[in-house]
Design a protein around this ligand. Sequence first.
Ligand SMILES: [Zn+2]
Length: 78
Amino acid sequence: MSENQEKFQCQGAGTCGYIYDPDRGDKKGKIPKGTAFENLPADWKCPGRGVSKDRFKCLGTRSASGKNGIREGEEKGS
Ligand SMILES: [Zn+2]
């Protein structure tokens, strides 16, 4: 894959948890599959809570295996 396949998770309102997956795009937002997060329109908003892109957190690159096996806390150590 030459595309950037990083996923981003919504941080809006604490309970949304929507994850933008470039493999899937965003049907509601008319984003075609394969669109990297960074290539989303500037006015794109989370389909769940309507928060803007800058409220999303990068989850890094993961295979789209369907499970919510995404870990947080992978900060780079001290
Ligand atoms: Zn959201």
